[in-house]
Design a protein around this ligand. Structure first.
Ligand code: PLP
Length: 382
């Protein structure tokens, strides 16, 4: 069981204060154990472990459904966020000339696949500022789809995805959300969103190589089956387990979103995600968000006093505190902090501090002291 503010489940974590969860999360003991159990089962059973692997995938879809507030029929397990974006970009029934909007400052995961689809299907990509008025102007000119992040990876601002979605739907525009920087820390539900993709290795605290894609029921029939593989069919494994005469190539493709689970996938990463989701859901995302908000609320004033500028906004909070230092390069700051056992990340122009449920509120003073030391030492000493 996870205890907010306790690192008991992370005995191997080296940094004294780990604030890198928006990059890659460290693995907890239960996640490590799940990886080991999965690997050992393969070592012991080989092919015999397949029924348990299939059962684990079913349990994982159920947990993801709980996390996202959706039915497991509407989900596909994927290889990560990019996989989910690409699956939609490559399977939508595009018409030449249609316009797709992406948001300036978003992580390229939610831009590149739309650019590639544009090149392939003769679409236009529109770069938008994250601003509702500008969005409305573009919607009036006709948009087929808007792609945005639930939480911006760099400044940590939670995007108003519910009102964005309402506005887009009023103009017949679908909405695709990359939720990797929200899930596991910020309360999130798919609501009316059309497509949601995410991955395991950040706030969900699993390992790379595993993610999911949600597709709203109303959008499923129009999603083309351009991407299909042997597991995309109805009863895809009967020819392996049910005797002779089942090998066919004309079975219908699945009508649910599992058609996108095209072939064998990263079982070890899925087992890890199952274990980490159990911990997160037992703890409760609301409680985690409350804890992380309290941590950042206590930390932010001390850093503002030292001359750092914060990009946090009272109504758009997430698990990220993004800062501009008063002097010195980001790399110098990151190194100086690392020398004092504090791990942060530095995405494109900002210092990013990203605590999660294991971070103790007692760390806050230590972090402020380390920053103060940096400020007192001056840029040259950093
Ligand atoms: C907003 C956002 N989307 C996606 C990713 C990564 O996507 P993928 O899991 O496909 O590598 C990141 C960070 O790595 C991110 O910050």
């Amino acid at each position: 069981m996870a205890e907010l503010g306790s690192r008991q489940l992370f005995p191997q974590l080296r940094d004294r204060v780990y604030l890198g969860h928006a990059g890659v999360s460290p693995l907890s003991q239960p996640v490590l154990q799940a990886i080991e159990d999965h690997a050992r089962s393969l070592a012991r059973e080989g092919f015999g472990s397949v029924p348990e692997v299939l059962a684990m995938r079913r349990r994982l879809r159920t947990l993801l459904g709980q996390l996202l507030g959706c039915s497991e029929q509407d989900l596909a397990l994927t290889g990560g966020t990019s996989w989910g974006v690409l699956a939609v970009a490559q399977n939508l029934a595009w018409k030449a000339g249609q316009r797709v909007a992406v948001v300036t400052g978003d992580f390229p995961t939610n831009v590149t696949p739309w650019q590639r689809a544009a090149a392939q299907y003769d679409l236009r990509v529109v770069m938008l500022c994250p601003d509702l008025d500008e969005l409305e102007k573009e919607l009036k000119q006709g948009l087929r789809l808007l792609a945005l992040s639930a939480v911006q990876f760099q400044n940590g601002l939670r995007q108003p995805w519910e009102s964005v979605c309402e506005l887009c739907h009023a103009h017949d525009c679908e909405v695709f959300v990359d939720a990797i920087q929200a899930l596991g820390v910020v309360p999130f539900s798919v609501g009316q969103l059309d497509y949601v993709a995410g991955g395991a290795h950040k706030w969900l605290m699993g390992v790379e190589g595993c993610g999911f894609l949600y597709v709203r029921p109303q959008c499923q029939a129009t999603l083309r089956r351009n991407w299909a593989g042997w597991l995309s069919h109805d009863e895809p494994v009967s020819f392996l387990f049910e005797g002779g005469g089942h090998l066919r190539y004309d079975r219908p493709l699945r009508s649910d979103m599992q058609f996108l689970e095209i072939g064998s996938s990263a079982g070890v990463a899925q087992a890890a995600l199952e274990a980490s989701l159990k911990l997160l859901l037992e703890t409760g995302i609301e409680a985690i968000f409350g804890h992380v908000s309290q941590y950042l609320d206590q930390l932010e004033p001390g850093l503002l006093e030292l001359g750092f500028a914060s990009l946090r906004h009272p109504h758009r909070r997430s698990g990220i505190l993004a800062l501009r230092p008063p002097f010195g390069s980001l790399e110098q700051w990151a190194l100086a902090l690392q020398r004092q056992g504090i791990r942060i990340s530095t995405p494109d122009g900002l210092l990013r501090l990203a605590p999660h449920w294991p971070n103790s509120l007692k760390e806050v003073e230590e972090v402020v002291t380390a920053f103060r030391k940096g400020v007192r030492g001056g840029a040259q000493k950093l």
